[in-house]
Every structure is written in C-alpha cells, then in structure tokens.
Design a protein around this ligand. Structure first.
Ligand code: TRP
Length: 365
C-alpha cells in the first residue's frame, strides 16, 4: 500500500502520483492503527492471563497437599466436556433443576415479577442455558419485560448460548458477557436501572468452600438493591451411591473433565504431564456433605514447566485436590442466607427431594 500520497487517474486514464490523502485512506490508516492497538492489547491480556494461570497452578502444585483451582477447568475444551457431564443420566442435578423449572415455572415467574413486572435476569456461570431457556420461554409467553444477561468464563459458551437463545426466542433481549464471577461483580454492581434477579444455578455454589461461598454471597448482597432477588440451586444431601455415580461416571466424562486441566497446562504452559500417569477419584463424606474430586499420581514422577524453570515431583499415590461439590440440607441453606444478609422467600423442590432452587431476597430488618 502506498501511504504518503495517492494514485489518481488523469483524463488519459494514466495513473499519476498525487500528494493528497483521501478520506477513505485516513479511515484505513485509522482502522489499521486501531487494529494494531487491539492486537497489542489482546496479546498483553493473554500474557497476563497465562502468567496468572502459571502462578496459580505452580503454587497449588508446590503445596502440601497439592491442589489445583477448579476455575481453570473451564477452557473451551473443558466447557465442552462439562456440557456432556450435564447430559449424562447419572448426573441427576440437571434433571432435578429441569423438573423444578418445568413444573413450577408459573410460581417462579410470579415471585420474580412480584412488585414490578419488569426485571432483568443476570445468570452467573450460564453454561449451555438449556435449563434457563425453559424459564425464559415461559417469561416471554407472559409478556414479561426483561433482558437476559448470561455471564460465563468461556467466550465460546457465551456465543453459542446467545445464538441458541436468539434462534429459540427471537424477541428475547440478550446481552452476554465473558468473565469470571468476581470480574463480573462490577458489571452487576453497575446494573441498577431496573430490578434484577440473579441466577446462580446448577449447585455451582457448592464448588466454593464455606468461606469462599460466604464472601461470594456477601459480595452479591453488596451489589443488590432492596427489591432484587437471588435464585440459587443447591444439591441436597442424599444416598452416597447416587452422589458418587454423578461425579464418577462409567463413561469417564468426569475423569476426562479433571484430566483436561493437565492437558490445558501442557497446551498453554508447555508442561509435560503424561495423562495416563494420573487417575481420577471421587469421595463423599456423609456427615459433612462434602463430595471431593482428586487426581492421584500412579507412580513417582516429575513434571516439567521449562518456560518457568520449574519442575514438580509426585510421589506414587500422591493426591491433587481438584474440586469440591458441597451437598446441603435446608438448615445449612437458611444459615447461609441469614449470615450473608438474605432471607429465604421460598424453596422449590424436585419430586425426589434431591435438589432445591432457593429464592432469596435482601433482608431489610
Ligand atoms: N456445580 C456442579 C456440581 O458441583 C457442576 C460441576 C462442577 C461438576 N464441577 C464438576 C459436575 C465436576 C461434575 C464434575 O455438581
């Protein structure tokens, strides 16, 4: 491209150099600069995220006992495996929430719309949105005035979900966002022009430990106005065999989901995990309601992170704590609501009493 001047045709059709610069060239230059700036910004952001990822995993793997943070499960590949988990027959949580939404959507709608027919729905960790679509479809059918703002850590998930919802519900106003829960807290905070209903489904609250769950709820509380509502899914304590099958399925999706984090470290951090040297196992403690996921090292081995000049040794049988999925009872749910400034409005159960969707409002007294 000729940048300093432009070529103009004279009357004879011959090209002649002129020193003027046209408006369209200015905009090309501007766009090029903007594009370069965006690429640079994108690269910087990516480097920052990679460094953060490396710091977090190296910290966890250097601790005793070793652990990894489950927030890194959800790269695009992890999110794909996760969608498969949610569709497995053993993973009863999805069916329970679907049943609650299908059978009780009218009551749910009435409570969401109480005091003000217009409200905005903000979903944290929206995933594939299949369950939420049942509610949205019903709300659209009721002529409710609302906007849907799904938030997820995976950009691919947000764009697929937006596509699916707009096909299914063309009149729905949808405004998806990518980011983790805490990054998105700011966006939620600023969202105060209309009553908002926050959705936190799938018993994702159970993937936080007690302290994390508490501080997360306190942050949500701080971002809510007096008429706003919070709708949370809680998986309930039950027969341990039912729980163990959901988190350790025979098809191996939950194992693949956990092992994908090792793959992700190989891919993004150039580590050299050999996946066959690790095995996934699930434990459930009936007394506390804690389901815990671990990877075990099948032999003594060393894993290298050459870019970070670090290596990590694993003893034979050594565990890496991956994630917990807390199971609750109603007393625990009430306590959590109370301790974080909320009040339970109503609990929606499935027919097997495996699960509850609990609607909370901001406590005023
Ligand atoms: N929050 C859900 C649960 O605890 C989904 C989930 C998170 C999950 N991590 C998982 C399901 C790992 C299976 C395996 O059940």
């Amino acid at each position: 491209m000729y940048l300093n001047g432009c070529w103009k045709s004279n009357q004879n059709g011959r090209k002649k150099k002129s020193n003027c610069i046209t408006l369209s060239q200015i905009s090309v230059l501007f766009l090029r600069q903007k594009c370069l700036f965006n690429i640079k910004f994108y690269c910087m952001k990516k480097i920052r995220l990679t460094t953060r990822f490396a710091e977090d995993v190296l910290k966890g793997l250097s601790s005793t006992p070793k652990y990894l943070s489950s927030k890194y499960f959800y790269d695009d590949e992890g999110s794909r495996i996760f969608q498969k988990i949610m569709q497995m027959p053993e993973y009863y949580l999805t069916d329970c929430e679907l049943e609650i939404f299908q059978k009780q959507r009218q009551k749910i709608y009435e409570l969401f719309a109480l005091n003000s027919k217009s409200f905005d729905l903000i979903e944290l960790g929206a995933g594939d949105g299949i369950k939420t679509a049942i509610l949205l479809e019903h709300f659209v059918g009721q002529d409710a005035a609302f906007e849907y703002m799904p938030i997820d850590i995976s950009g691919e998930v947000v764009s697929k979900l937006t596509q699916m919802m707009s096909n299914r519900l063309p009149s729905l106003k949808i405004n998806g966002k990518t980011g983790d829960y805490f990054e998105m807290m700011d966006a939620i905070n600023r969202y105060d022009h209309c009553k908002k209903v926050l959705l936190f489904l799938g018993s994702n609250i159970g993937n936080f430990n007690e302290q994390e769950a508490h501080s997360f709820l306190v942050k949500l509380h701080a971002a809510m106005q007096k008429n706003d509502l919070l709708f949370i899914g809680f998986d309930l304590k039950k027969d341990s065999n039912v729980i163990l099958k959901a988190y350790n399925d025979p098809q191996g999706y939950t194992a693949a989901f956990n092992l994908n984090l090792l793959k992700r470290m190989n891919r993004e951090l150039r580590a050299d995990f050999y996946l066959d040297n690790f095995e996934h196992e699930e434990f459930y403690d009936v007394a506390t309601g804690r389901a815990e996921s671990y990877l075990f090292s099948l032999k003594k081995q060393m894993v290298n992170f050459p870019d970070f000049h670090r290596n990590i040794t694993f003893e034979k049988g050594e565990s890496v704590f991956m994630e917990m999925s807390q199971k609750y009872d109603l007393e625990m749910i009430n306590e959590m609501a109370k301790n974080s400034g909320f009040e339970v409005v109503r609990n929606f159960h499935d027919s097997r009493l495996y699960y509850v969707n609990s609607l909370w409002k901001v406590r005023t007294r």
